[in-house]
Design a binder for this molecule. Structure first.
Ligand SMILES: [Zn+2]
Length: 113
């Protein structure tokens, strides 16, 4: 059976999420969904009710390494418990990527292109 585009996208990003959780040492259940976003390419929300990441379909067109970076970026917000790009946020991200700011720039360059 051929999977529909939406299901294939979700399956793809779920695999990336599992790797990102391992890299970022996140054990909690994290839900992920794919839908167009107006002002960004990914968001995370976390509360007592759980953790949810939403990614734009644009993320799925990035190389796998950058998809992984985008998901780790969102998990770093969760780990550092802040919506901002604070020092502790970047330190969390360095668990997975020694030079996260270079990857951040690469993502922005590709998404804006
Ligand atoms: Zn961010």
């Amino acid at each position: 059976m051929v999977m529909g585009m939406a299901r294939r996208n979700t399956a793809q990003i779920k695999a990336v999420l599992e790797e990102a959780k391992r890299l970022m040492e996140v054990e909690e259940n994290v839900k992920v969904s794919v839908r167009p976003l107006k002002t960004t390419i990914a968001t995370i929300r976390f509360s007592s009710r759980g953790v949810r990441i939403t990614v734009s379909p644009k993320v799925l067109n990035l190389p796998k390494k950058l998809q992984l970076y985008v998901i780790c970026h969102e998990l770093a917000h969760y780990k550092a418990n802040t919506p901002y790009h604070t020092t502790s946020f970047w330190n969390e991200l360095r668990r997975a990527f020694p030079n996260p700011k270079a990857l951040e720039e690469e993502v922005l360059r590709r998404v804006m292109a």
